[in-house]
Ligand binder design. Structure first.
Ligand code: SF4
Ligand code: SF4
Length: 101
């Protein structure tokens, strides 16, 4: 099992999630983060930290977000680890409001 970062993370990058992750399983590009399924220990600590509810337990992933399982696995492998909380991306607050949070 693993946890999955989904669509809502795009343009956010508040990175509250990485600050609580006990292992280095978050990886990021310029747009969003991805979880390496081989590193994630399924602790669930990141889920309540995400202000836009982007992170799901694999077993609770909504059907319309199912593509993200493979996307996380593929993307995480080739991207650098993000394990320190950084500044949110420009426009992150607006995006959060647009998403209804
Ligand atoms: S807190 Fe949520 S939206 Fe922000 S970077 Fe982490 S997963 Fe993405
Ligand atoms: S479930 Fe735990 S190990 Fe997996 S990404 Fe979230 S905080 Fe990290």
């Amino acid at each position: 099992m693993t946890f999955i970062v989904t669509e809502n993370c795009k343009g956010c990058r508040f990175t509250d999630c990485v600050a609580v992750c006990p292992v280095d399983c978050f990886h990021g590009d310029d747009e969003m983060l991805y979880i390496d399924p081989d590193e994630c220990i399924d602790c669930g600590a990141c889920v309540p930290e995400c202000p836009v509810e982007a992170i799901y337990d694999e077993t609770q992933l909504p059907e319309d977000q199912s593509d993200w399982l493979q996307i996380n696995a593929e993307k995480a492998k080739g991207l650098p680890v993000v394990n320190e909380k950084g500044d949110a991306l420009p426009g992150a607050e607006e995006r959060k409001k647009q998403l209804g949070f």
